[in-house]
Design a protein around this ligand. Sequence first.
Ligand code: GLU
Length: 256
Amino acid sequence: MTKQRWVVKIGSALLTNDGKGLDTTSIASWVEQIVTLTKQNIDVILVSSGAIAEGIKRLGWNDRPDDIHKLQAAAAVGQMGLIQTYESLFAKHDMHTAQILLTHDNLTNADRYENISSTLNNLLEFGTVPIVNENDTVATDEIKFGDNDTLAALVANLVNADRLVILTDQGGVYDDDPRQNADAKLIDKIHVDDEKLEQVAGRTGGSLGSGGMYTKVLAAKKASESNTITVIASGKAENVLTRLQAGEHVGTLIHC
Ligand code: GLU
């Protein structure tokens, strides 16, 4: 049976308690699900944010600063806690994690692309779970716009992932902004080139903030370059990853 490859991206809003510190109970549940996936012939690369939020807590700050360099410093502090949390939770299941910090530039330089690809392939072969985050010390792309959505798509391209699963705090992509329109309906399935997709994503979730639905839809488009199917689903939905693995329909499926 050939192995599948999934890139699972978990954003800051989901990982944290009110933006401060990590929600270890939720993280433990995703870890358990990932362990189940790996036992069912699915290799998982986790793309995880949460470093800044954890750094803010560790540094004792009350609010998220606007200054980008303070955010970078917070990320450097918080990355330690993020990795510590994953390593100890996966260790309970006798699995090792590996920390990979990347920038977009790393993924557009041919030599480095090759190096990253070989490392990731080896890590998967060794049965570890690579945990990717942006290297916030050297780049600020994801702090400013994406909350790792774009990075996750680039990683999906890099490993030719079968699936990119973007876990978020919303149910998926809606046909209108669910916070403004109570009748907004969840889009179950849509083709990546369907014009409606970009239109609705532009309206829902705010394209200017870090993350939002727009960057997730752009990530799905990018991921489709490697024929990767994207699912955008709520990370709060119970057993979301294992249900997806069982073929259940959760969130919005963006096919290509
Ligand atoms: N790489 C950042 C992190 O891990 C991006 C997310 C953010 O802007 O909060 O926290």
